[in-house]
Design a binder for this molecule. Structure first.
Ligand code: NI
Length: 254
């Protein structure tokens, strides 16, 4: 069944119909969902969701855009949350230079601190990196992130950068952008990357694939992503679903 490696069902975009939507996943072939967290509040909400639904697991981490108020107490609390039985990774963590705030220094500090946390709790890392290719790679290399493993979520860089992460043993997270008219760079990365290192994701409620671009996204749209990967790789959509599920289980140790 389809393994959704990255969605945000705690988001208020799902407040009106969250339960009905999640209850419909299984009948639509979505077998497992990892709900990705971005802040203390979303970690709490995500844990609640994973308690309610047997097929939902959670990451534990603070997003670079949400780290301005972080402190040592919060870092310790995140560490405690990692012992929760359905926690599977530290993330999403990384660098986002799209906006000016928080400062690069603050983002780097908490990125490094959370990479360190992943090492302590022996978790893979889910990386968010936007407009920050060089700094992300430099930090991950200096922190020996290849020993942690993980996923570069919503991969948005070139084949050259993909090669670096693939060589470090990381998975490439592929979502709706692969269907976009301006998604050529990602299609090239998918063509280049071994299928054994690709996982699928929506980043719901964001980044809905064509023909739903701009609308609220959900894991129910993942077949549009697997069809596109199948086309590029010359495989059947069923085979892509099967292989990416195996990959996701290796990624999250499930
Ligand atoms: Ni996300």
């Amino acid at each position: 069944m389809i393994f959704e490696t990255h969605a945000h069902y705690d988001d208020e975009a799902f407040d009106a119909d969250r339960d009905a939507l999640l209850l419909s996943m299984t009948e639509h072939g979505i077998g497992t969902i990892v709900n990705a967290t971005a802040s203390k509040k979303t970690v709490e909400q995500s844990i609640e969701l994973s308690k309610k639904y047997p097929f939902i697991y959670t990451t534990i981490g603070v997003h670079p855009s949400d780290c301005a108020e972080m402190d040592e107490d919060e870092l310790k609390w995140l560490g405690d949350m990692c012992s929760y039985e359905k926690a599977v990774a530290v993330g999403e963590i990384g660098l986002d230079y799209h906006y000016d705030e928080p400062s690069k220094e603050i983002q780097k500090k908490w990125f490094e601190a959370q990479l360190d946390l992943a090492r302590r709790v022996k978790f893979p890392v889910i990386i968010h990196s936007r407009d920050a290719a060089k700094d992300t790679l430099d930090i991950m290399k200096s922190m020996k992130a290849e020993e942690l493993g993980g996923d570069i979520h919503c991969f948005s860089y070139s084949v050259e950068i993909a090669r670096e992460y693939l060589n470090m043993g990381f998975f490439i997270g592929v979502g709706g952008v692969i269907t976009f008219k301006n998604g050529k760079k990602l299609r090239e990365v998918v063509e280049y990357a071994p299928i054994e290192q690709i996982v699928i994701e929506t980043d719901s409620p964001y980044l809905a694939p064509e023909p739903f671009r701009g609308k609220r996204n959900s894991s129910l749209n993942l077949p549009l992503v697997t069809e596109k990967i199948a086309e590029i790789k010359g495989l059947s959509p069923e085979k892509v679903i099967e292989i990416t599920e195996e990959n996701a289980r290796r990624l999250y140790n499930l």
